[in-house]
Design a protein around this ligand. Sequence first.
Ligand SMILES: NC(=O)c1ccc[n+]([C@@H]2O[C@H](COP(=O)([O-])OP(=O)(O)OC[C@H]3O[C@@H](n4cnc5c(N)ncnc54)[C@H](OP(=O)(O)O)[C@@H]3O)[C@@H](O)[C@H]2O)c1
Length: 253
Amino acid sequence: MSDPFALDGASVLVTGGTRGLGAAISLRLARAGATVVANYARNDEAAQALVAQAKAQGLALEVLRADLTLAKGLALVSERMNQAGSDTVSIVHCAATGVHRPFEQLTAKHLDWTMALNARAFFELVQALLPKLGDGSAVVAMSSAGAVRAVPAYTAVGASKGALEAMARHLAAELAPRGIRVNVLSPGSVETHAWDTFPDREQRLAEALRRSPLGRLVSVDEVACAAQFLCSAASRGVVGHTLVVDGGARIVE
Ligand SMILES: NC(=O)c1ccc[n+]([C@@H]2O[C@H](COP(=O)([O-])OP(=O)(O)OC[C@H]3O[C@@H](n4cnc5c(N)ncnc54)[C@H](OP(=O)(O)O)[C@@H]3O)[C@@H](O)[C@H]2O)c1
């Protein structure tokens, strides 16, 4: 009997796939047998470090620099994925950005900037790649607690993640009859460079640690394992679900 967690023969686009959680997901999926295209926007150094790591492990992983908030970036990624030889094409939308400010200091421009990548690019990507998606394809949208909880200075990102989750549920219902499964993966606080954009990084991480029933923060690989599950046949009955990987932080006061 074949391994339901294996991804042999799949091509997976991991947006924001070269750093932090995205890099761990790219490596985990490639180790499971997928051919991975790890997209990024600017940081060539991180992308090349990932390529070296994948090469050392003999993994099928390439990187693709393309800003997904721009039409030309979306076109580049679509063109690359349209060349994918495999039958099964999947997408993990990990790329995210955001302006972390209290509501009073946020502008509509900040909101647009945040929405453009976190929610709109997901919409455009899935639509552009729809002809390549089919029975067995998985689409995973990376969300965060801010979609459902009020987090300080997180209005813009929280709103974008809420939109992303709602969109994912609608796509899940519409695309399931074609065998395309759409789900949401919502990690708790995981130590990545994304936290550097918060001026009170240390206090936030300490608070996340204090709240964690697990007694520690979850790791990038624990989130990556959940992404593998959602991309694989092991989750073939799971549609339109939000899988929370946070060590229990969201269930406690
Ligand atoms: N870390 C956490 O605690 C946490 C918790 C909950 C949810 N999440 C979610 O998990 C995902 C990954 O988070 P992370 O902490 O790993 O983030 P990260 O370390 O900041 O990595 C972000 C990635 O997105 C890419 N990116 C940024 N702007 C882009 C654009 N316009 N087009 C294409 N790619 C772009 C970056 O490329 P460059 O390297 O070129 O900049 C990078 O690869 C996000 O969706 C985040 O909201 C994270």
